[in-house]
Design a protein around this ligand. Structure first.
Ligand code: FSO
Ligand code: SF4
Length: 554
């Protein structure tokens, strides 16, 4: 196995990446190899999808399938070999279907079918051992001895960035937001990555193209969420438990939460959000359910402790899942969509009665805790509504700086940096946050500036789209470039969604972003240098030094 896609990858002086029998996340070498083979064959599907488009053929079923299956290989999503194999054999079937359609159309038009790249030609082994034996040709650092390490780093940056975009495409699709243009560009990039380019400029430009593509995808997702559930509104969310039977819904997919709320109405079951589902509590069409009682727990890395003590059923709608056997709750956690863990019940379709029956069979919370309320719901609309007051306060000097501190959480000790920078930011600064990284400080008291809360929770990681809209509005109000605003972005990264959000920001020309707690291990020193020179992108250092630098520059 070789996997280097997330922040917790193994780093040694001899080389970086998880490459032994198991990754740091618990992914076995078999699962990793099967995922590599899946991605490789998906690159073949996309190659045919891109060619088929040239002759006027679009297959929507396949357009949906490819990003979804790619999403299954994102960090902490699917650890179930059988499900990965099922995606892989389905991919081969789809690839052959497109091949046949493309070749038939070519002969109908009397044109020569274009030559096939390697992923288009792979004949999948019939058994798991045969598939595993094919993994070497599919491993993401294939050919590493023949190419410069910077080329490999750029390939991986593109591959992992596109994976993040694929995840958001699937989130958007669930909410009926699809686009033939976006799917076409996605296939074209996926196909390009299957060709193992050695062209550094082309790879770098592709990374920027992925960022731009993801900007459109995040806009689609924003449209899907606000169309389905209304615009988030500032909301006091309870973070303590309420007496009664309980279901906990984690991940990013609010459609699943809505289905669960509908199906539990009047059943005496309380529904809680977890992790990245917290922002759902601010959407009018979700918060209208009185049995959506609040948020339980914190970010993904604490789930083994938190789920173990949750006296109800748990539903994991997307990333991030970790081993449920450790906390001994594998019989009351359920997976959805692309998520998988061997032996855990996977819910297909829209019927959650198994989850409800499980919650009914469990004790639930036996008493009410004293509520602890936090304010959430400052997505695009609420931010825009607050913008005139914010602008006045900037003009009067009451607000001197904005920090966007967001991204992923994780269990590394160094991540206390994000708590410290939020709490040590000067009293005349406003802190915007998004993603599960917010749990490092979102239950603390930050006060307000003339009625504007100093901590504004924008939402999920994909709500970076809302943050960008605010930055654009502020730059228009102050008639300056985004980079001239008194705004500092501090991104905590863990997995590939954060990589693509970073690519989006860079592709929009946002400069001087700080990322931490460590640099991606697939970025070589040369690539890090190029990103610093071009974009001022740098690693976080110490809170004191970083605050000193950004506040004195501003
Ligand atoms: Fe967190 Fe996990 Fe949204 Fe990530 S739950 S770490 S950036 O997957 O997706 O913020
Ligand atoms: Fe290692 Fe991260 Fe890959 Fe897991 S997802 S195998 S921890 S690099």
């Amino acid at each position: 196995m070789f996997c280097i896609q997330c922040e917790q990858t193994i780093r040694t002086p001899a080389g970086n990446g998880c490459s032994y029998s198991q990754g740091m996340c618990g992914k076995s070498s078999d699962t990793s190899d099967l995922q590599d083979l899946l991605i490789y064959i998906l690159q073949g599907v996309s190659s045919y999808a891109a060619l088929a488009r040239e002759v006027g053929i679009i297959d929507h079923e396949i357009d949906t399938f490819v990003p979804k299956a790619f999403f299954a290989t994102l960090t902490n999503v699917n650890f179930d070999d059988e499900r990965i194999i099922a995606y892989t054999t389905q991919a081969e079937t789809f690839r052959n279907r497109l091949k046949a359609a493309y070749e038939a159309k070519c002969s109908e038009l009397s044109i020569q079918a274009k030559p096939m790249n390697a992923p288009m030609q792979l004949v999948l082994g019939a058994t798991k051992p045969e598939m595993l034996s094919q993994a070497l040709q599919a491993v993401p650092n294939r050919g590493k001895d023949e190419v410069h390490e910077d080329i490999m780093g750029l390939r991986l940056l593109c591959l992992y960035g596109l994976k993040g975009a694929a995840a958001y495409m699937e989130h958007a699709r669930v909410l009926e937001q699809t686009s033939d243009e976006v799917a076409g560009e996605f296939h074209q990039i996926m196909a390009f990555l299957g060709e193992d380019s050695v062209d550094a400029d082309k790879l770098f430009n592709t990374a920027m193209q992925i960022g731009q593509l993801n900007y459109r995808v995040m806009a689609m997702l924003d449209e899907g969420e606000t169309h389905a559930f209304g615009h988030p509104e500032p909301t006091q969310a309870n973070t303590k438990s309420v007496k009664g039977k309980a279901i906990l819904v984690s991940g990013h997919d609010m459609k699943d939460l809505e289905l669960i709320l509908e199906q539990t109405e009047g059943k005496g079951i309380n529904v809680y959000t977890h992790g990245e589902m917290l922002p759902a509590l601010a959407y009018p069409e979700l918060k209208k359910y009185p049995h959506l009682v609040g948020n339980y727990g914190s970010a993904w890395q604490n789930q083994q402790k938190e789920f173990a003590t949750f006296p109800g059923a748990v539903v994991m709608t997307s990333n991030c899942i970790i081993d449920p056997n450790v906390g001994d709750y594998s019989d009351r956690i359920f997976t959805r969509s692309i998520v998988g863990w061997p032996g855990v019940t996977h819910i297909i379709g829209d019927d959650f009665s198994e989850v409800i029956a499980k919650a009914e069979s469990l004790e639930g919370f036996i008493y009410d805790e004293i509520p602890h309320l936090i304010t959430i719901g400052f997505a695009r609309n609420a931010l825009m509504a607050a913008a005139p007051t914010v602008i006045e306060n900037v003009k009067s000097g009451a607000i001197k700086h904005f920090f966007l501190v967001g991204g992923c959480d994780g269990d590394k000790q160094e991540r206390s940096y994000f708590t410290d920078i939020a709490t040590q930011a000067p009293a005349d600064s406003v802190i915007l946050t998004l993603g599960c990284g917010k749990y490092k400080f979102n239950k603390l008291e930050f006060g307000d500036i003339n009625g504007i809360p100093r901590l504004l929770d924008i939402g999920q990681c994909n709500d970076a789209y809302s943050a960008i809209q605010l930055a654009i509005a502020l730059s228009e109000a102050f008639e300056c470039d985004i980079n001239e605003l008194p705004l500092t972005l501090v991104l905590s990264w863990f997995e590939q969604k954060a990589i693509v959000v970073l690519l989006t920001l860079l592709s929009l020309g946002v400069k001087n972003i700080m990322t931490g707690p460590t640099a991606p291990a697939f970025l070589t020193p040369n690539l890090a240098k190029v990103l610093e020179e071009k974009f001022g992108l740098r690693n976080t250092t110490t809170v004191e030094a970083d605050l000193n630098r950004v506040l004195n520059v501003a």
